[in-house]
Ligand binder design. Structure first.
Ligand code: HEC
Length: 155
């Protein structure tokens, strides 16, 4: 009986599972810079990713990249700025959004244990993702073998 009640409690808890929200990655500009890339308008991902992005990883995410094993709290940031092109150079413009992937093996079961979110421009609370990260995840599934992370570790 005790065991049955426990099972019911757990199941009820699961079905009522609250939606978890990814927290804004404060101070991510002090994290490790993983890589950068400029996406031009001819790229298939130019909507919405056109511009210059820099990817950052916190300490746990760097560990995960090296070991291919992520622990709760590992976080990557995809910092997208517009790219201002001239004949001489391509430089950073305004921030378009801050994309975030936060690893947690209890909070985000539907999206590979990663919480996906994007914050508009320089805002820390204007959330852009409306479908709990499902559309983000559907593309990241391409790298399921790498725990849904595209970036690779380099020295
Ligand atoms: C159409 C495919 C696609 C979609 C949709 C997509 N991403 Fe990505 N994402 C990528 C690719 C490709 C990279 C690697 C970029 C690079 O190599 O510079 C990436 C990288 C990232 C990274 C850095 C970690 C990593 O995997 O390298 C974060 C954080 C991220 N994306 C967040 C998001 C969020 C949040 C969303 C939804 C708002 C999203 N992504 C939607 C393709 C996608």
């Amino acid at each position: 009986m005790k065991r049955f009640l426990l099972a019911v409690t757990i199941l009820t808890g699961l079905s009522m599972a609250t939606e978890h929200k990814v927290t804004y990655p404060k101070e991510y500009r002090t994290w490790t810079h993983v890589k950068s890339m400029v996406i031009n308008d001819a790229h298939s991902l130019s909507d919405p990713f056109e511009g210059m992005h820099h990817i950052y990883a916190n300490t746990k995410a760097m560990d995960g990249l090296k070991k291919q094993d992520y622990k709760n709290g590992a976080t990557f940031v995809f910092d997208l700025l517009s790219a201002e092109r001239s004949k001489e150079a391509t430089v950073e413009g305004e921030r378009k959004f801050v994309g975030v992937m936060e690893y947690n093996n209890t909070k985000y079961p539907k999206t590979g244990n990663w919480g996906f979110e994007a914050f508009a421009g320089d805002s820390t609370d204007k959330r852009v993702v409306k479908d709990s990260g499902v559309s983000c995840f559907q593309c990241h599934v391409a790298v399921e073998k790498k725990s849904y992370v595209f970036s690779e570790y380099r020295k």
